[in-house]
Design a protein around this ligand. Structure first.
Ligand SMILES: Cc1cc2nc3c(=O)[nH]c(=O)nc-3n(C[C@H](O)[C@H](O)[C@H](O)COP(=O)(O)OP(=O)(O)OC[C@H]3O[C@@H](n4cnc5c(N)ncnc54)[C@H](O)[C@@H]3O)c2cc1C
Length: 550
């Protein structure tokens, strides 16, 4: 019998009437693209999931009633997660069980809970399910897509290409030439020698040997060229602040272009789960937030230029010119600098040489699947490190966190400390730092660590470093006033630095009139997604005031 291609939605409820109703509604809404399977108990559903997995059939969504005898909905979803980790999870609850649903969010990594009854389904059920399925489809296609990358896992060039594709959500598959027989077969078919890796095979049959990020971006249509000669607003940086400004700028009629050097999303794009952003009670991944915001900005008319670096800024009369790394320039009435901060590099022997070959800065989420059965070390004690440890614990055999401070309490949010405490394969070593990295055959083998008991060697397969970040604003030197650490001054602080006009600067205006700043790169800003989004949108309102006053 032919394998069923439609992914499955599995509904489980012990009450036959409720099960029949939910199956009927799901079939009516999603039956064309998805198979709706039902089970009368958690145990039966787990058997069904195992069967689907054995037959290599996809499961997109699990829907479970919380109140079931024998096995509750949350207990079932916890177990189901180990069989089909990629499936989205939705819990059906009675109003009285809302508390149980909320406290299950972390244990089950619940994607949504829905109160029974869900009438009318067009308003109560379909939008939620559609949203979950759209996200699932995007994630599934990202991992099974048409672009294929073949390389050595511990090569920086391979890592950079994979990271770039993943962060731009380009559907791509990764083949490790050392582990995958298929990788070697593919290389033979396309006639590429093993010393020309990494190689990228595109859907149109093109073969790119050792491409640069820019070459790849151009070939797959991620990089763009400006469509206009002059803009109302040029935004530098596509993190939450820049994306928010793009959405508000374009929606309010400003000709808006956003320049991003890597991939939209910025630091937030690296977050495996943002749990404290208003309006997303189950949390959402940074890449999902970036994807939604990018889509929204484009739909409202903003232009996005990626894989372009702003390398200079100049003022010519009322015009503001942003100079780009490809030699081009963007002319505008206003500029918003939303270039955020970048990870600080760990300055210890071995770290520079092994970066990309076992040592990574930031979460490098594309590496997670390769960490299966391995020992992962996370360096840092703040929220970003905590999130990464939680995330990698789902893939790696064990995770060790190295944190310089006495405890995590001072540097990490309470909810993350609690989550870490529940994870059996995560160990936190406080008052411990990494003082060196040892390689073997060009890849990380171990870290030299210094702790309360002296120096020792810690074998490690991969190490993710989160030791703070600094702004990269050298390109604004002598143009825009900055503080001693490179953060950009705004409002009253900018005025103190030779402000040229009779009026005071607007709150987010820099020392150059018409050049604004938002988000983490601003001196004394709050380093949060919500504040970056708030500042990005607020900047647009101030830009309107500026434009009206000139
Ligand atoms: C792993 C991780 C997890 C986090 N989790 C949370 C969380 O759960 N909740 C929370 O509130 N905050 C979280 N944060 C913090 C939050 O992500 C940041 O505060 C937020 O992203 C700042 O947004 P931004 O737009 O100011 O800057 P960034 O996100 O830093 O974005 C700046 C962008 O500008 C680009 N850029 C820089 N220079 C140039 C240039 N010259 N030309 C073109 N482009 C340029 C960069 O490539 C980048 O994409 C987390 C951060 C990290 C690293």
């Amino acid at each position: 019998m032919a394998r069923e291609r439609r992914p499955a939605i599995v509904a489980v409820d012990d009450e036959p009437a409720v099960l029949a109703a939910v199956s009927r509604d799901l079939r009516r809404g999603f039956g064309e693209k998805y198979r709706i399977l039902r089970a009368g108990s958690g145990a039966e559903a787990l058997g069904l999931l195992t069967e689907l997995r054995t037959r290599a059939e996809q499961t997109a969504l699990l829907i479970a009633d919380q109140r079931m005898p024998g096995m509750s909905g949350t207990d079932y979803l916890v177990q189901a997660r180990t069989i089909v980790p990629e499936a989205k999870r939705l819990l059906l609850t009675a109003y009285a069980d809302t508390e149980a649903a909320i406290s299950a969010i972390n244990d089950v990594a619940l994607d949504y809970y829905l109160l029974k009854p869900w009438d009318p389904p067009e308003e109560e059920l379909y939008p939620v399910v559609q949203d979950l399925l759209t996200t699932w489809e995007a994630e599934a296609s990202v991992e099974s897509g048409g672009v294929r990358v073949i390389g050595h896992r511990f090569s920086k060039d391979s890592h950079d290409l994979r990271d770039f594709l993943a962060r731009n959500r380009v559907p791509a598959r990764w083949f490790d030439v050392e582990r995958d027989g298929e990788a070697r077969e593919l290389l033979e078919v396309v006639g590429v020698e093993a010393d020309r890796l990494p190689v990228v095979l595109l859907e149109d049959g093109a073969v790119l040997e050792r491409p640069t990020i820019l070459e790849l971006a151009e070939r797959i249509g991620v990089a763009g060229q400006p469509a206009q000669d002059h803009y109302d607003l040029v935004i530098v940086g596509g993190g939450p602040a820049g994306l928010a400004a793009a959405v508000y700028g374009a929606s309010e009629g400003l000709r808006t272009v956003m320049v991003e050097r890597e991939a939209p999303g910025g630091q937030a794009g690296q977050s495996s789960l943002i749990e404290n952003y208003l309006g997303f009670p189950m949390g959402l991944s940074g890449s999902e937030l970036a994807h939604r915001a990018t889509h929204q900005a484009r739909r409202l008319g903003a232009e996005l230029l990626t894989v372009q670096d702003a390398v200079g800024l100049s003022a010519e009369g009322a015009g503001r010119i942003v100079h780009l790394s490809d030699g081009g320039a963007l002319s505008a009435n206003c500029v918003l600098v939303a270039s955020g901060v970048s990870y600080r590099q760990l300055d210890a022997p071995g770290f520079p040489e092994l970066t990309g070959a076992g040592i990574y800065y930031g979460a490098a989420l594309a590496e997670a699947k390769s960490c299966q059965d391995q020992h992962v070390v996370v360096i840092g004690g703040a929220n970003s490190a905590g999130q990464a440890a939680v995330y990698f614990s789902g893939y790696a055999d064990r995770v060790t966190m190295l944190c310089r401070g006495d405890s995590l309490e001072r540097s990490m949010s309470h909810y993350l400390i609690e989550q870490l405490a529940t994870l059996e394969n995560v160990t936190v070593r406080t008052r411990t730092s990494a003082v060196g990295a040892e390689g073997d055959g060009g890849r990380l083998r171990a870290l030299n660590v210094r702790g309360p008991d002296g120096d020792s060697e810690l074998p490690a397969d991969a190490c993710f470093v989160f030791i703070g970040a600094s702004p990269r604003t050298d390109w604004l030197e002598d143009v825009v006033a900055r503080d001693e650490r490179g953060f950009i001054l705004a409002g009253p602080d900018a005025q103190a630095d030779g402000w040229p006009l009779n009026r005071d600067p607007y709150p987010l205006e820099t020392s150059v009139p018409g050049v604004f700043v938002a988000g983490d790169v601003r001196a004394r800003s709050i380093k949060r997604v919500a504040s970056a989004v708030g500042e990005g949108s607020m900047a647009v309102s101030l830009i309107h005031q500026y434009l009206e006053s000139t």
